[in-house]
Write a protein that binds this ligand. Structure first.
Ligand code: FAD
Length: 529
């Protein structure tokens, strides 16, 4: 890129990868205050980095990248755009683990939020997690919470809270994601059925709105902003701090997988376990997911190597015989006090399930290793150069009443027939009553719904084949009248977004006008731009 100084302020024009910019987009920023302009980068490495994401499918170049050293830099940038007669778009970028350019800003400025984390670490402020406790006279117990920067990685939150014997309750499977990034979506994993998504476990936020105002919000203070931001796809403000609920941390986890050949048995047991979780004296399961095993050479996958190698052939024999094997995965946390009861509790909870006899496998791991179970696989893929391939992922929420039709129409008819799937297919249920409908996140209108994740990796030249399969899946659902919602959604038209958000849409449009009137923030979601 080319940087030119103009008088007391600097203006930015863009030449590095101009071919990324379609006609009509601004190729330069309006003059900015010197201090801020000094922090903007438009060298080709910075632009290249901010023009890509984990999906590796789309590329949209910004004019410049801001590496903020403090919250004030973020505020100044947004104010500069908002105050200008030619406002430019701004995207907060966490880890860029989006799939379709959601954290990109075509012709605008990308804010590398991780730069705040680096500055905090360099200043010996290791992370940005501050743990506090208050006495709750209502429950007569201490209530614990952590204040964390929007740029903080969940892995840091895990380490810094467990050091103090505490932990957040709701997680994602993979922890190298920022708090701001997952709270803009929902943050789901096997805990969601019990604790709700991560957005259900936030007590307060600091947010820089699209006018450059820094506001604190919570259910009782600026509540409209609070609910809009949670699951709000970055549209209403940049999250700079979140207050996350904590509980005492367990130390160990019993982690179990069992196999099913019949989808009806598999989902019946999943639903029974999430509804009837705390039977008798049991404290119940803490985690429940499900994985499809289709013929891919190994029953394990990069997200977790679980099955004993000596059992692989036996499991693959089942997969070969039945085409698809459904793997139910559960976990129960425990600590020293609970040590003597955990096995009996699990036996009670898992007794009478319809899994295939002789195919239950158990692991006993530390709590931190369990939550960070995806990381070793990532490191291995990184070392093989396989982490940066295209990822044409598709994540859906499917209403419970149609999950059997989904199995017949999608898993059996599309996935098995196409036989191109290289990656992981997750399928597990969650309870709607653990979500808060005042938040922006869109979910199906049924008490129980499933998340289905097609987490595929492709070659650089064949991702279109997977994309085609994703379209086929969505088309099947449309034709069969299955009211799916996309998670980590990607739409191109206003009509599709309106349909996605349903009855929340009108409200969201008003909130956009209120909190980001010049439509500056997170343009890569392509909702209002
Ligand atoms: P980015 O991709 O950088 O940003 C996502 C969106 O949020 C963009 O629109 C961006 O502008 C906006 N944004 C970023 N930071 C902020 C902020 N501070 N304030 C406001 N808006 C902001 N998700 C789950 O729920 N559960 C999982 O188990 C899970 N596993 C994953 C595993 C892998 C390997 C990957 C790559 C992704 C996974 N995800 C999962 C998806 C993940 O939650 C989303 O991609 C999320 O957006 C990633 O966070 P990020 O920090 O990389 O955000």
């Amino acid at each position: 890129g080319v940087i030119s100084a103009v008088g007391k302020s600097k203006s930015y024009s863009y030449s590095g990868s101009a071919n990324f910019l379609p006609p009509g987009l601004p190729k330069s920023l309006p003059p900015l205050p010197n201090l801020l302009a000094d922090m903007l980068n438009s060298d080709s490495d910075s632009i290249h980095f901010a023009s890509s994401d984990f999906g590796n499918i789309v590329r949209h170049a910004p004019v410049a990248v801001l590496r903020p050293s403090s919250l004030n830099d973020v505020i100044s940038l947004v104010k500069s755009s908002y105050g200008s007669s030619t406002p430019f778009t701004i995207a907060a970028r966490g880890c860029g683990h989006s799939i379709r350019g959601q954290a990109m800003a075509h012709g605008g400025v990308v804010v590398e939020m991780l730069s705040l984390r680096e500055h905090a670490m360099n200043n010996n402020n290791r992370g940005r997690t501050v743990v506090s406790s208050v006495y709750d006279s209502h429950t007569q117990k201490n209530r614990h919470y952590a204040d964390v920067g929007g740029d903080t990685l969940w892995i840091d939150v895990l380490h810094e809270t467990t050091e103090q014997g505490l932990t957040p309750v709701s997680w994602t499977d993979y922890l190298y994601l920022t708090v701001g990034g997952t709270l803009s979506n929902a943050g789901i994993s096997g805990q969601t059925f019990r604790t709700g998504p991560q957005i259900s476990n936030v007590q307060e936020l600091d947010v820089v709105t699209g006018t450059g105002e820094l506001l604190t919000c919570s259910p009782s203070n600026n509540s409209e902003l609070f609910y809009a931001v949670l699951g709000g796809l970055g549209q209403f403000g940049i999250i700079t701090r979140a207050r996350i609920a904590l509980e005492p941390a367990p130390t160990r986890v019993k982690w179990i997988r069992m196999l099913y050949k019949d989808f009806g048995d598999f989902t019946r047991d999943q639903e029974r376990l999430i509804s009837d979780n705390r039977r008798k004296q049991s404290k119940g399961l803490n985690y429940l997911e499900g994985i499809l095993l289709v013929n891919q050479g190994s029953p394990d996958n990069w997200r977790s190597s679980f099955f004993p190698p000596s059992e692989h052939a036996r499991i693959l024999g089942l997969v070969k015989k039945h085409g698809i094997i459904y793997c139910l995965e559960v976990a129960m946390y425990y600590d020293d006090h609970y040590h003597d009861y955990v096995d009996k509790d699990l036996e009670d909870l898992l007794g009478g399930l319809g899994d295939i006899p002789g195919f239950r496998f158990t692991k006993d791991v530390s709590y931190v290793d369990f939550l960070n179970r995806v990381r070793p696989g990532e490191i291995q893929l990184q070392s093989q150069g396989l982490w940066d391939v295209p990822h044409p992922w598709l994540n859906l929420f499917v209403p419970r009443s149609r999950i059997s039709d989904f199995n017949d129409g999608v898993f059996k008819n599309i996935v098995l027939r196409n036989n191109i799937t290289t990656g992981i297919i997750l399928v597990y249920p969650m309870n709607r009553n653990k979500w808060d409908d005042r938040m922006s996140a869109a979910i199906p209108d049924e008490e129980v719904f499933y998340t289905v994740g097609f987490l595929q990796a492709s070659g650089f030249h064949d991702w279109q084949e997977f994309d085609q399969q994703n379209r086929q899946i969505i088309q099947f659902c449309e034709e069969a009248g299955i009211s799916i919602k996309q998670y980590l959604p990607h739409y191109r038209t206003r009509e599709d977004w309106a349909k996605h958000f349903g009855i929340k849409w009108c409200n969201l449009c008003q909130q956009k006008t209120q909190f980001d009137p010049k439509k500056i923030l997170s343009p890569g979601q392509m909702i209002f731009s």
